[in-house]
Design a protein. Structure first.
Length: 260
């Protein structure tokens, strides 16, 4: 049985990855700060909850992870959509801490185990890492930094059989991403996905993660940009029906079932 560590596993893409990998037969360690949510999910999927803050994680907290084949760095997110001239520096600090320094810390902690297992690191960045957009200054900067970290690490691991992949999701509709971004303003969060015919779900990204992770050990997918068909580029979002003939995918888990 292969072992995966997923950060940010208490919601969204992290939760989706934990659920899907567990269903696919992986032993899953779920990591996040919110004890109750994390323990409930871990119980449901027969996984192992480790309550920690990725920005301050210590070796002693991950002692139970004696072996690791896959690290998925999912913890992160966006805060605010303010123009640079009005941006809140505390929000930027927080975004850098979770998205960038959290990825750095968890990677540093688990790299020796991943080298020992000839494993795989998958960093979940964002299409926001590919260029700035209005109001995205802090988030785009943080995701660009996380992307740069991933690229540097891949090069530094030259000659070492560890796979390093960056997954760059576009519009993914998770219950919390936009809600957090807009400080709990549900109307504003809802408007982001208004009339978008099938934005991605957490499970869609989880499928990409599982597919990459389950490729043969010598196959490194460097990076993969994943958008819904309705979003041809960051600013090319189509709102309206796409006239799908195919029924929407069946939701396997609560991650696709709206607000929790
Ligand atoms: C989320 C994509 O467009 O909100 O990572 O920046 S976007």
């Amino acid at each position: 049985m292969k072992t995966a560590v997923i950060t940010g596993a208490s919601s969204g893409i992290g939760e989706g990855c934990a659920r899907l990998l567990a269903r696919s037969g992986w032993k899953v360690f779920l990591m996040a700060r919110r004890r109750e949510r994390l323990e409930n999910i871990a119980r449901e999927i027969n996984g192992h909850a480790i309550i920690l803050d990725v920005t301050k994680a210590q070796e002693v907290e991950i002692g139970l992870v004696t072996h690791c084949d896959l690290l998925v760095n999912c913890a992160g997110g966006a805060l605010g959509l303010d123009a640079v001239r009005q941006a809140n520096a505390d929000d930027w600090t927080s975004m850098f801490n979770t998205n960038v320094l959290g990825t750095l810390r968890m990677t540093q902690l688990l790299l020796p185990r991943l080298i020992a297992s000839q494993g795989c690191i998958i960093n979940i960045t964002s299409t926001a890492a590919l260029g700035g957009y209005e109001g995205g200054g802090g988030y785009c900067a943080a995701k660009s930094a996380q992307r740069a970290l991933t690229q540097s690490l891949r090069l530094e691991m030259k000659g070492v059989p560890v796979r390093i992949t960056e997954v760059l999701p576009g519009m993914v509709h998770t219950p919390e991403f936009s809600l957090n971004r807009f400080c709990g303003d549900a109307e504003r969060a809802k408007a982001v996905y208004e009339n978008v015919d099938r934005p991605l779900s957490a499970e869609d990204i989880a499928q990409v993660v599982a597919t990459v992770a389950e490729l043969p050990a010598h196959v490194n997918v460097d990076e993969i940009v994943v958008r819904p068909v309705a979003q041809r580029a960051q600013h090319a979002l189509f709102r309206g029906s796409l006239g799908w003939r195919e029924a929407p995918p069946v939701a396997h888990s609560p991650v696709n079932e709206g607000e929790r």
